[in-house]
Design a protein around this ligand. Structure first.
Ligand code: FAD
Length: 326
């Protein structure tokens, strides 16, 4: 029976992504419980720069797959590269973030390994060699405990749930794996349009300030942006405002948008429909501003302000700016 854990970690131009540290933290814990080694894999055009940081985090072996065809994420490319590394590392569990990349690469890998996938995991335990993973279902109303039917299994972990790994003793090795990625691609990305301004990924943000239809107009979102800036957070949105064209789909939180688990989620003029709650109810602290005291969002909120967003948001922003400068 395999006992190791293989952590697929993501990086960008500034180094390992925040989720990478969370995956390594969870990977260390899981590997210890399973009694096997923790290895990691980084893939990309040139992932060599990301590898050293991992060996200092207690990863026994870092596999790198370098290929020009991995410059952009594709399910075929990443799935093929990860499957080749999994064949070499022979892990019991392949861990990755339930990020946009992980949600695409995870199933692609599981299909290639002919194994199961447990997605959006928020906790796990191992007893008598059996893994039990916990994941929210029915929009976060219920938590299901899932046991894999066999090994290996792919698990995607919800971002912002596990703490980041810190430095550990020991130095791991780094080894390159050669894979024919280009030959596996069934579609080629011709063009990618980057947003003009690159902000922290919504799913990895510690603070999200989201606006809903109660903001009345796209122009009023400057109030949401100002509060997000004052708090050092990023802007999110309900589907109603995305459908209205007030905000881009990349900001949508919910069942058909992104799942976020920030330390602080501020819902401004959002009713709290079940499909919206599905994407944010695991936030650590929820603050709601809504003029309707019966709005469902107040049922999940830790703090609530019954009031008009047009009046409340400027005051909140000013108070936070004053508190920061004093
Ligand atoms: P509303 O429900 O219209 O709520 C506006 C709120 O603003 C109200 O509570 C009102 O009291 C308050 N308000 C109004 N004016 C003010 C003011 N001046 N000051 C303070 N408060 C004010 N929704 C999502 O968000 N994400 C999803 O991913 C998503 N996926 C969906 C998938 C499916 C299959 C379906 C059917 C629906 C989905 N929805 C999703 C839509 C969802 O059901 C709701 O319609 C949507 O979340 C409502 O957005 P809202 O809260 O901004 O608007």
């Amino acid at each position: 029976m395999p006992t190791g854990v293989l952590a697929f970690v993501e990086y960008d131009a500034s180094g390992l992504r925040k989720s990478a540290f969370e995956i390594v933290f969870a990977g260390r814990e899981l590997a210890e419980k399973l009694g096997g080694p923790l290895s990691a894999v980084v893939v990309g055009e040139d992932p060599s720069g990301a590898a050293p940081a991992l060996t200092g985090l207690g990863v026994a072996k870092v596999h790198t797959v370098a290929d020009a065809a991995l410059a952009r994420m594709t399910a075929d490319g990443f799935g093929t590269a990860l499957a080749a590394v999994a064949a070499e590392a022979d892990p019991a569990v392949v861990l990755m973030a339930a990020s946009m990349t992980g949600k695409d690469a995870g199933p692609a890998l599981a299909a290639r390994l002919s194994c199961g996938i447990i997605s959006d995991v928020v906790g796990f335990d191992v007893a008598d060699g059996k893994l039990a993973a916990v994941r929210p279902v029915y929009g976060g109303k219920v938590r299901a405990t899932v046991e894999p039917a066999g090994w290996p299994v792919v698990m995607t972990l919800r971002p912002n749930v596990f703490p980041p790994a810190e430095g550990a003793d020991g130095s791991g090795e780094v080894g390159a794996v050669t894979v024919d990625v280009a030959g596996a691609l069934r579609a080629v990305i011709k063009e990618v349009r980057e947003p003009e301004e690159r902000k922290v990924d919504l799913t990895e943000a510690d603070i999200v300030v989201a606006g809903g239809r109660g903001m009345k107009d796209a122009e009023n979102f400057h109030l949401v942006e100002a509060l997000a800036d004052a708090l050092g957070g990023v802007v999110g949105a309900s589907r109603a405002v995305v459908d209205a064209g007030w905000r881009p789909h990349a900001e949508q939180v919910g069942q058909t948008g992104k799942t976020v688990s920030p330390k602080l989620y501020v819902a401004c003029g959002i009713s709290g429909a079940i499909q919206h709650l599905a994407g944010m109810s695991s936030s650590k602290c929820i603050v709601a501003v809504n003029k309707d005291p019966e709005a469902p969002i107040f049922k999940v909120a830790d703090y609530g302000v019954v009031g008009d967003v047009m009046e409340v948001l400027p005051v909140l922003t000013e108070k936070i700016q004053t508190a920061k400068s004093s």
